[in-house]
Design a protein around this ligand. Structure first.
Ligand code: GAF
Length: 388
């Protein structure tokens, strides 16, 4: 049994004085390209990563939930199905679980309560979707225990609904969908309009490196929701349902009609959609030089048009790009305002990338970066491991 699974079991026994029935796991994610495109019905290319949230669960006969997390020790959160109340400041992590049960209840499905213990090695607040991993591990457990008969995609949609309506973050579907449906050694090209997805193999010759800037992320939710509103404003201006239905030429021709900042937001989204589809083709064809170019353009667009990068992240990209050249790609990954960069580079360059980050990042920023050497992993599931 993995160390994280053992810790979840142990926490369950210590908290509830009995053993759990089952263990569920769900991964965090890294997005290779396609940022802030999901809520515009566009394209994304994420991969689930080998960092997981594991939940030990035992079903109850009533409608009560009791939840504990080793990252926030000392408090057992309790609520009843359909009576989640409003979020309160104490609810830090548990709001994602309450959001899920609130969404299940709002959709008219019945569910039984559970006792549960959460343990995770997904870095928190680093833009690697620790919250989606939590939602999907919990949602997959509840789906089984209460026999909701939801597909992995429907569990992901339920989790997104919970986050939108209960937690108050207007996120798209990417994080939940990849945590539910990720595949080993593959990224997933997702069309966020019809939710079709296509696995794209990550060539064996490439290393998947994530570097955490360790910049504390502030104002993330408010800036995120503001970006979404600006995109919606442009869609409304052109009378289309979403930016997916606008083309770059129409946007360019009418740019004077828009506030300059909204024009740039839309230009990022429209060009990022194109880059994402092209990057999936480049990855599939093993054309790493092209991938490198597209990831570089994506980063510039996030920095200059969408304005979601910070100087420390730009520095990391610069450091890694100088080592890698056209033998790999590097860009910020995730919602922005801190967090991580992702680099997909020729194996032979892995050590050089790590050394360059260690040598230059602290001197340039005063911060220590954390480097995670990752692999693309499978989506949420019940663990078939022995509980003892
Ligand atoms: C966050 C959101 F949750 C996603 O839906 C997505 O919009 C992403 O930021 C940016 O691409 O992770």
């Amino acid at each position: 049994m993995s160390n994280t699974a053992q810790r979840a079991n142990k926490l369950f026994v210590q908290t509830f004085g009995t053993t759990a029935d089952d263990l569920y796991r769900a991964p965090g994610r890294v997005n290779l390209i396609g940022e802030h495109t999901d809520y515009n019905d566009g394209f994304v290319l994420p991969a689930a990563i080998n960092f997981h949230t594991i939940i030990a669960v035992k079903q109850r006969d009533d409608d009560k939930f009791r939840a504990v997390s080793d990252a926030f020790p000392g408090k057992i959160h309790t609520w009843h199905f359909g009576h989640e109340g409003t979020t309160d400041p104490d609810d830090t992590w548990v709001k994602y679980l309450k959001g899920f049960t609130a969404a299940v209840c709002a959709s008219g499905l019945p569910a039984k309560g559970m006792d549960l213990a959460v343990v995770s090695n997904v870095p928190l607040g680093a833009g690697l979707s620790s919250s989606a991993a939590l939602e999907l591990a919990f949602g997959t457990a509840l789906n089984d225990a209460s026999q909701l008969r939801l597909s992995p995609l429907a569990v992901a949609q339920m989790a997104q609904r919970g986050e939108n309506q209960y937690v108050g973050c207007a996120c798209g579907i990417m994080d939940q969908m990849i945590s539910a449906m990720g595949e080993e050694e593959h990224a997933l090209l997702i069309d966020c309009e019809d939710l079709d997805s296509e696995p794209v193999p990550i060539p064996e010759s490439l290393s998947l490196i994530i570097v955490n800037s360790n910049v504390p992320r502030g104002l993330v939710d408010s800036e995120y929701n503001l970006r979404r509103e600006q995109c919606e404003q442009v869609a409304e201006h052109f009378g289309v349902e979403s930016l997916r239905h606008l083309d770059l030429r129409t946007l360019e021709n009418a740019k004077e009609e828009l506030p300059e900042v909204c024009y740039r937001r839309a230009r990022h989204v429209l060009s990022e959609n194109r880059r994402t589809q092209n990057a999936a083709h480049a990855l599939e064809a093993g054309n790493i030089a092209r991938l490198s170019e597209l990831m570089a353009q994506s980063h510039q667009s996030m920095r200059d048009d969408f304005e979601i990068t910070v100087p420390e992240i730009d520095k990391l990209v610069e450091i890694i790009d100088a080592v890698v050249g056209d033998r790999g790609g590097v860009r910020m990954t995730g919602g922005g305002f801190g967090g991580c960069v992702v680099a997909l580079v020729d194996h032979d360059l892995t050590d050089a990338v790590v050394e360059a980050v260690e040598r230059q990042y602290h001197t340039a920023t005063g911060l220590e970066a954390s480097v995670y050497l990752c692999s693309a992993s499978q989506g949420a599931s019940r663990l078939d491991e022995e509980l003892y």
